[in-house]
Design a binder for this molecule. Structure first.
Ligand code: SAH
Length: 235
């Protein structure tokens, strides 16, 4: 079973939206598990303080290294080799390739920041790797952790109805996906492209590949630039 362990100040937020639909059904079927540990359980004093003011001054509060380390040490077994990811806007951006490699392992440990973030020293001391879900700032790492989890869980064997479906999607081939259509055949005067109704699977496949290239060229030329020469040919 693929195991997720989350360290957070808001354990009640989990599994949250991951408890319904695809991820929730997979959770109920035992294809993955989630444990959310409250960092505050290791908080200091009567008020279970977890944060303090930033050294050097400035706004906000910082999660203490000693408190977060104690939470990690209490919640993880020695020798747990799962990647330990700290949600952080400074991290490397999550990609489909990273989600796929994370989903192929034993699971992940996720550490959710709050306030201004965490004391820098705990990052190196506990081998945390910073990971971002995009170039914007959230108020906490919890929703970002859910994004990482959702991207991984849907790729676990048996989670998606059709095992193959994950491989044709946006980013898997380095391109954005081709357009989809379904019934009715004509809707508000708009037709489904004739070729998709032709039953000619060879031509349909070729059409989809061309459309994926066209859409990617229009919207994300940066993705085309990153492709091996074959995918870049303009046809
Ligand atoms: N002061 C920090 C932002 C803190 S936001 C800075 O300027 O970099 C509070 C917490 O939200 C962070 O510790 C992190 O865990 C989470 N967070 C915010 N934006 C995020 C993003 N884009 N990706 C992942 N986590 C994020």
């Amino acid at each position: 079973m693929w195991r997720a362990t989350v360290f957070t100040l808001f354990p009640d937020m989990f599994p949250g939206p991951l408890g319904v639909s695809l991820a929730g059904e997979a959770l109920a079927r035992g294809l993955w598990s989630i444990a959310a540990h409250d960092i505050r359980a290791q908080g200091l004093g009567r008020h279970r303080a977890v944060d303090d003011t930033p050294a050097g001054g400035g706004p906000g509060m910082v999660i203490r290294a000693d408190v977060l380390a104690a939470a990690l040490d209490a919640g993880l077994e020695a020798g747990d080799a799962r990647p330990r990811l700290l949600l952080s806007p400074r991290g490397a951006a999550l990609t489909q390739a990273r989600a796929r490699s994370l989903s192929a392992g034993a699971g992940i440990v996720l550490v959710c920041g709050r306030f201004e973030g965490v004391d820098e020293r705990v990052i190196a001391a506990r081998g945390l790797e910073e990971i971002s879900i995009g170039d914007y700032v959230l108020s906490g790492g919890e929703i970002a952790a859910m994004v990482v989890l959702d991207a991984c869980v849907r790729l676990l064997p048996g989670v998606m109805g059709k095992e193959a479906s994950g491989f044709e999607e946006s980013f898997e081939s380095g391109l954005l996906e081709y357009p989809h259509f379904t019934r009715p055949r004509e809707w508000e005067g708009r037709e489904i492209p004739e070729i998709l109704l032709s039953g000619d699977h060879g031509r349909i496949k070729a059409w989809r590949e061309e459309e994926a290239l066209r859409i990617t060229r229009e919207r994300r030329p940066d993705l085309i630039a990153g492709l091996p020469a074959k995918g870049r040919k303009t046809s």
